[in-house]
Design a protein around this ligand. Sequence first.
Ligand code: HEC
Ligand code: HEC
Ligand code: HEC
Ligand code: HEC
Ligand code: HEC
Length: 193
Amino acid sequence: MRYLPLPRRAVPVVAVATIIVLAWLGWGSIRHPEALWAPGDVSRYHADVARCVDCHEPFQGPSPAKCLVCHSEKRFASRSKPAVRDFHREVIAQQRTCLACHTEHRGALAQITTNAMFNPHGEFIFRATGTSSCRACHEFGPDVVARPTLLDNEVVRQLFEEGEGAHHRGRMANCLQCHVAGQMEIEDHEQEK
Ligand code: HEC
Ligand code: HEC
Ligand code: HEC
Ligand code: HEC
Ligand code: HEC
C-alpha cells in the first residue's frame, strides 16, 4: 500500500482546492502581477513604460542586462548630462550592477537613485541666492557620486560675504541649520557659534 498523509476521502478535495489556488494565482499573475508578486509599487519613471519581464529574468532577480535594453550607452549619450553619461559609460564597460545605486518598488513617488549626490541646502539655496542650478556654484567631476567642488566665482564670493561673518568655509553647507525654516534674516546671532 502507498502511504497517504491524508484520509483517502480527502484527496480529491485537496486536489481540487490546489487546482483552484493555482488557477487563481495564474490568472492573477496575468491580470495584476504587481498585486500578487511585487514588493511595492514601481516608480513613476517606470510604471507606464516597463513590464515586470522588462526588468526581471523569470524566476530570478532583476537583471542589469535588461536595464540596458532601454538604458543603452547610446541613450545616455543622447539625453544625459556629460558627467552622468561618462560615468555610466564606465559602469557599463566594467559590467557593474545597476542595483548598487538604483532600486525599485519603493512606491510611485520614490527616488530610485540611492547614492545620488544629495543636496544639503534644500530648495532654500535657489531662493536665497537667485540661482537656478547647482552648477552656478559647483563643478561636478566625472565621478557622479563624489562631492562637487565649490567654484570660486562672484556668486560664491558674494554668498560668503552675506553671512556677515557667519558663513564659514567648510561649515555652511547645511543652510537650514541656521536659516531655520528657510528664513533669510537671522535675528539671533547665537547660532553663528
Ligand atoms: C524598472 C524595472 C522593474 C520593473 C518594471 C519591475 N521590477 Fe521588480 N525589482 C526591480 C528591482 C531593481 C528590484 C530590486 C530592488 C532592490 O533590491 O532594491 C526588484 C525587486 C523585485 C522583487 C523582490 C525580489 C527580488 O527578485 O529581488 C519582486 C518579487 C519583484 N521585483 C517583482 C516584480 C513584479 C511582479 C513586477 C511587475 C509588476 C516588477 N517587479 C516590475 C526592478 C523592476
Ligand atoms: C522598458 C524600458 C525600461 C527598462 C527595462 C528600464 N527602464 Fe529605467 N527608465 C525608462 C524610462 C522611459 C525612464 C524615464 C526617463 C528617461 O526617459 O530616461 C526611465 C528612468 C530611469 C531612471 C531615472 C530616474 C530619475 O531619477 O530620473 C533610472 C535611474 C532608471 N530608469 C534605472 C533603471 C534600472 C536600474 C533598470 C533595470 C532594473 C531600468 N531602469 C529598466 C525605461 C526603462
Ligand atoms: C555607482 C552608482 C551607480 C551605478 C552603478 C549606476 N548608476 Fe545610474 N545613476 C547614478 C547617479 C548618482 C545618477 C544621478 C545623476 C544625476 O542626476 O546627476 C544616475 C542616473 C541614472 C539615470 C538617469 C540618467 C539621466 O539622464 O539623468 C539612469 C537612466 C540610470 N542612472 C541608469 C543606470 C543603469 C541602467 C545602470 C546599470 C548599467 C546604472 N544606472 C548604474 C549612479 C549609478
Ligand atoms: C549659491 C551657491 C550654491 C548653489 C547654487 C549650490 N551650492 Fe552646494 N555648496 C555651496 C556652498 C557655499 C557650500 C559649502 C562649502 C563649504 O562649507 O565650504 C556647498 C556645499 C555643498 C556640498 C558639500 C556638503 C558637505 O557636507 O561638505 C554638496 C554635496 C553640495 N553643496 C551640493 C549641491 C547641490 C546638489 C546643489 C544643487 C541642488 C548645490 N549644492 C547648489 C554653495 C552652493
Ligand atoms: C552658521 C549659520 C549659517 C549657515 C550654515 C548659513 N547661514 Fe546664511 N546667514 C547667517 C547669518 C548669521 C547671516 C547674517 C544675518 C542676517 O542677514 O540676518 C546670514 C545671511 C545670509 C544671507 C543674506 C540675507 C539677507 O537678507 O541679507 C543669505 C542670502 C544667506 N545667508 C544664504 C545662506 C545659504 C544659501 C546658506 C547655505 C549654503 C547659508 N546661508 C548658510 C548664518 C548662516
